[in-house]
Design a protein around this ligand. Structure first.
Ligand code: SF4
Ligand code: SF4
Length: 445
């Protein structure tokens, strides 16, 4: 029976630039890229240099913390450029694709043999082929430690809010791979849940039958961290894994076909997007092939609340399923005070936009400077997992890690709503993410 849960404080934001229910096939790119510096937690060590020929799916870099975890090249060709950012952060590894791409091949495991294949064999294959990082581990949202065993595995069909590709479109024709993926996950842990926000579009029958919980409410309904927060009974259950449905398909196709699966459907939207539609392309595709407008805009991989700004050169990140394009928001708003916020999306009821029922335009402007916390508690009011972000932040600033943990630091699902609503413009999401990382470093030594 399908369970129904509701997100407490789910956030409904009616903005312009919503993604339409259609899929366009993007033109074939001549280059793809992987952006190690944009992958949280990982400490990349490159395994290639500029000019090297590389097959698609061959390891591009390894994680220094655990070199058995490698990330695969999203295409076959020549390493055209490696771009370094501040402090030698590896921003982009760009591959110029060959006309006939070569792909790294592994011994496939047919779907009916998965249930008879040992966990060690599957783990070894996923690690060797670079498919292991497709699985993520809570609460830090890093790839799982290869020797770890999860308590639950959560497969999410997407988040509410329309910032990720709709499962009804992204999973079309992938029903068999989806089921094979579930069989693979069950070899790691018998407790596998498939969760979906209430609005997924019409799902293929076999996928619909696999759904164990529907999550009602606005953003971030469908977030695996939120689901775990709602179902867990003891702290040990925090050690659970999750995977997005498109990544599950890629993982299953890798195992059953023995080759990296690059296909990806992106939801491209936002009020600076010229297309606002789903686009079928591949992992690491150039943003320009998804939305060709050259207008001055910010490119965000994922949701406007919690996505990461992509570099202006513009490739999609390894985990992105959505692209939000927004105006920079630094233009002068002449006589803006006369409009009293009528067109400005805000949670605040002091803005006239509470009376404006039309979709509103978001932008990336701060609309003010960061100020001290005024203890208004708006951040706590929107937090879907009941954290008091303002106290968690202050505890960390005072070096009181234990107190921050008692306020629920590790429950934070990094949805970004607290930062979005904060009238003092405090970058709460960044502070909370940094605090989690710092705690983990200290814990692991
Ligand atoms: S929303 Fe901002 S100002 Fe208000 S309590 Fe939270 S951190 Fe402080
Ligand atoms: S603390 Fe902020 S980012 Fe974390 S779950 Fe709550 S609202 Fe989301």
């Amino acid at each position: 029976m399908i369970k129904t849960l509701t997100v407490k404080n789910g956030f409904f934001l009616t903005t312009s630039g919503q993604v339409a229910e259609r899929v366009r096939k993007a033109s074939a790119p001549s280059m793809v890229a992987l952006m190690p510096g944009w992958i949280p937690h990982v400490k990349p060590r490159l395994l290639v240099k500029e000019g090297d020929a590389i097959k698609g799916g061959a390891p591009l870099f390894e994680d220094k913390r655990n070199p058995v975890v490698v990330y695969p090249s999203p295409g076959g060709g020549v390493v055209k450029r490696i771009v370094f950012g501040p402090r030698r952060r590896i921003d982009e590894v760009v591959i110029a694709l060959d006309e006939t791409e070569g792909w790294e091949r592994f011994e496939p495991i047919s779907p009916h043999r998965i249930a008879h294949t040992s966990t060690d064999t599957l783990r070894h294959m996923l690690l060797k082929g670079g498919a292991w990082p497709l699985i993520r581990a809570l609460p830090f949202r890093d790839h799982p430690e290869p020797s770890s065993r999860p308590v639950h595995i959560i497969v999410t069909l997407g988040w509410a809010g329309g910032h990720l590709a709709r499962p009804s479109l992204a999973l079309k024709g992938e029903e068999a791979a989806f089921q094979a993926g579930l069989a693979i996950l069950r070899q790691f842990c018998p407790s596998v849940s498939v969760i979906a926000p209430s609005d997924t579009g019409v799902l293929p029958e076999s996928i619909l039958h696999s759904v164990t919980a529907r999550i009602q409410g606005g953003y971030p309904a469908g977030d695996p961290g939120h689901y775990l927060y709602r179902i867990r009974k003891e702290a040990a259950e925090n050690h659970s894994w999750y995977i997005d449905a498109q990544d599950l398909v890629a993982l299953a196709r890798f195992v059953t076909e023995g080759c990296f699966y690059p296909k990806r459907v992106y939801a491209v939207g936002g009020n600076a997007s010229t297309v606002c539609e789903h686009v079928s392309s591949r992992v690491g595709a150039p943003v320009a092939t998804l939305d060709p407008s050259g207008a001055r805009r910010r490119q965000i991989g994922g949701s406007p609340f919690a996505g990461l700004f992509l570099p202006a050169t513009g490739f999609m990140n390894f985990f992105d399923k959505g692209l939000t394009l927004l105006p920079v928001g630094d233009e002068e708003d002449f006589f803006g005070f006369l409009r009293a916020g009528y067109t400005r999306p805000s949670l605040s009821r002091t803005f006239l936009s509470v009376f404006n029922k039309r979709p509103l335009d978001l932008d990336c402007g701060m609309h003010g400077e960061e100020r001290p916390c005024i203890n208004c508690s708006r951040c706590a009011e929107v937090c879907p997992v009941g954290i008091l972000p303002q106290y968690t932040m202050k505890s960390m600033a005072a070096g009181e890690v234990e107190e921050a943990l008692s306020h629920g630091l590790l429950d934070c699902i990094e949805c970004g709503l607290c930062a979005y609503v904060c009238p003092s413009k405090i970058e709460l999401l960044d502070l909370l993410k940094t605090a989690k990382t710092q705690y983990r470093k200290e814990r692991d030594g």
